[in-house]
Design a protein around this ligand. Structure first.
Ligand SMILES: Cc1cc2nc3c(=O)[nH]c(=O)nc-3n(C[C@H](O)[C@H](O)[C@H](O)COP(=O)(O)OP(=O)(O)OC[C@H]3O[C@@H](n4cnc5c(N)ncnc54)[C@H](O)[C@@H]3O)c2cc1C
Ligand code: SF4
Length: 589
């Protein structure tokens, strides 16, 4: 029998990035908020301190900070003719767990999606005609514009202290920044990070080919910064243990460095860790949530009544929780009806390796999660897609995040995969190789989706999330085209050998690509094709807001978290300024 707790104003499912942001804003508005986090509490001191935090075997290989998939996995198949099986070892994507979520061990590459991304379907039809899109592609507009989100992008970047260089200040193009970006109201809060040598070679080669290199916007800080919460971050030390690790130097923006010290002191906020939310509870009308049920570390169940439920449990978990709670109609790929689980998309990644003469020293060990130089010439619709027959794009950049000994040992094609020759090649090339990333978009299609697995269950007896995904033809074409451009840049950088190829199918969960899973609780203007309205409020249950990359109707070229952070502030504003004054649907159909 579950224990019933006293009612609170709002309950947060997950205290990762979204949870911490919403917790802070709702307590600031005077609400009593309980944050339920399934993982452990953790802090810069003592949890992220050296030397233990640089244990590559523990954090990178054995994924110590990731969701425990012995208790809660995801099942996977490439298409609906296959039987999905549980992912026993996270590789392709790495869902985080614990206070602060994945934003503790992220890289910090922090971008804004572009105007054309937010109206991808209407923009494509307008520019290329209605027959340009393949029938299987289900991209759609978001219901919000880049101009509407600009103040929220700005606020998020100033919370994090992002290091970067503006390319378009209030419509005026600025040398050295990204000339393709939409107008921004002010400069980045901190200047760009120092440019590593490999990135300088990239900058010269890309500019020589007529492209527009600029510094990657970074949540690894270039200088000390005190954010609007009064919290101070330090300068990044280029320690090389960034992605998959907490930062011991307070130099990477994360909930622990930019929000939690303030939130946890607020008497209106209560954090409960080891609290696994099992479902959102609905009243008899099924149009209003009454709170959530969660299990503590010993398995005992609690009912936490709340007037407002915020789901910020990471894209995949957001979708699963709605399906387990019976909120919204599940997507059926046979009929195309239903919305929850629809438009699951990913990111289409490839890379190019440049093997230099041994006089060129790249020093890959002295890098951070988000420093380097990139070009946006092939991002989104910044180039004419007409002759190519695909939509979407990719940024290309020299953004090597590390040279860690277990994971980084590039060797040229033709090198044996083991033995004395392999070792000789690793020694020869370790310090003389640079890597370009091709970070590509992912369109949504009719056949890629998420639902509940009919066979496999988690440690609490609930069905696992089932992922059905393969790379759409559109994205393979996009990847081949832009990877070819990266190979040309690699050659212009002076590599003795340049190797790489576009992404090939089928999609496999056995190789790391990105944790940029998107879709499944898509935002939009039509309840027949979206789960939440433009304020991220469930169409069907007005006091449930679902926030995360699960709101993206498809994925754009850039990393998602800048846009996710802007959306979180956009939704919070609507909750505080509109919903709390008059609870009910914020958009009428
Ligand atoms: C290795 C790695 C590198 C990345 N690098 C970048 C990058 O460079 N740039 C970028 O834009 N993005 C990057 N990301 C993605 C970025 O981390 C996420 O976009 C961001 O953390 C998402 O925030 P969120 O609040 O939605 O989810 P999270 O930060 O993951 O937080 C979700 C929280 O919910 C909790 N939770 C889940 N289910 C439940 C439940 N049932 N009950 C209670 N609690 C629950 C989880 O434990 C977690 O703490 C990276 C991710 C990874 C893993
Ligand atoms: S590379 Fe910089 S930001 Fe990343 S963990 Fe190291 S010191 Fe922190």
């Amino acid at each position: 029998m579950a224990t019933r707790l006293p009612e609170v104003d709002a309950v947060l499912v997950g205290v990762g990035l979204v949870g911490a942001m919403l917790g802070r804003e709702l307590t600031r508005a005077g609400l009593r908020v309980v944050g339920l986090e399934r993982g452990e509490p953790r802090f810069t001191v003592p949890d992220f301190q050296g030397p233990q935090i640089h244990d590559e075997l523990r954090y990178s290989v054995r994924k110590a900070m990731m969701q425990d998939n012995t208790r809660e996995a995801v099942t996977f198949r490439n298409n609906s003719r296959q039987v999905a099986l549980p992912i026993r070892r996270w590789e392709s994507f790495l869902p985080g767990t614990g206070l602060g979520g994945a934003a503790v061990h992220w890289n910090g590459q922090t971008y804004r999606f572009q105007e054309s991304d937010f109206k991808m379907r209407s923009h494509t039809v307008e520019r290329y005609g209605k027959n340009f899109l393949a029938d299987e592609v289900t991209i759609q507009d978001w219901g919000v514009t880049a101009a509407e989100l600009e103040p929220y992008f700005d606020r998020f970047e100033y919370l994090l202290g992002i290091s970067g260089k503006a390319g378009n200040l209030k419509g005026q193009k600025i040398d050295g920044g990204n000339p393709f970006e939409d107008p921004r109201a002010r400069e980045y809060p901190t200047p760009p990070m120092k440019e590593p040598y490999g990135s300088a070679l990239f900058r010269k080669a890309a500019a020589g080919l007529g492209y527009h290199p600029y510094p990657q916007p970074s949540a690894n800080l270039s200088q000390p910064y005190t954010n609007p919460e009064g919290l101070t971050l330090n300068t990044c030390m280029f320690c090389g243990f960034c992605e998959r690790y907490g930062c011991e130097h307070y130099a990477k923006s994360s909930p622990q460095t930019v929000l939690l010290p303030v939130l946890l002191r607020d008497k209106n906020f209560t954090l409960r860790s080891q609290a696994q939310v099992l479902r959102i509870n609905l009243d008899s009308s099924r149009k209003q949530a009454t709170g959530v049920t969660y299990a503590d570390g010993s398995g005992h169940e609690f009912v936490q009544p709340a007037r407002l439920v915020i789901v910020g449990a990471f894209a995949l978990n957001n979708v699963r929780l709605l399906l387990l709670s019976g909120i919204g109609k599940p997507y059926d790929p046979q009929t195309g009806q239903g919305v929850v689980g629809r438009n699951y998309a990913y990111q289409t990644m490839s890379s190019v390796q440049i093997f230099f003469d041994s006089k060129i020293n790249i020093n890959p060990f002295m890098r951070s999660g988000a420093n380097g130089t990139v070009i946006a010439d092939f991002v989104s619709d910044n180039f004419d897609h007409g002759p190519h027959g695909f939509v979407g794009g990719a940024y290309v950049g020299e953004v090597m995040s590390h040279g860690r000994p277990i994971e980084f040992h590039p060797t040229p094609p033709g090198t044996p995969a083991w033995g004395a020759e392999w070792k000789k090649a690793v020694v020869r090339h370790y310090n003389h190789t640079s890597v370009l990333n091709v970070h590509g978009s992912s369109v949504a299609t009719k056949s890629n989706y998420l639902d509940l697995d009919p066979t496999y269950k988690d440690a609490w007896g609930k069905p696992l999330l089932r992922m059905t995904f393969d790379f759409p033809e559109n994205d393979l074409k996009m990847s081949a085209f832009i990877t070819q451009k990266a190979l040309e840049i690699g050659k212009a950088m002076g590599g003795q050998q340049v190797a790489g190829a576009g992404r090939k199918g089928p999609y496999t969960v056995t190789q790391y690509q990105t944790t940029h899973n998107t879709g499944g609780t898509v935002m939009g203007t039509d309840p027949n094709t979206s789960v939440v309205n433009r304020y991220l409020q469930c169409w069907d249950v007005h006091n449930v807001f679902v926030i995360g990359a699960s709101n993206f109707p498809q994925n754009a070229s850039y990393n998602p978290t800048g846009t996710l952070g802007a959306l979180a502030y956009w939704a919070t504003d609507a909750i505080v300024k509109q919903y709390l004054k008059s609870p009910g649907p914020l958009v009428r159909t």
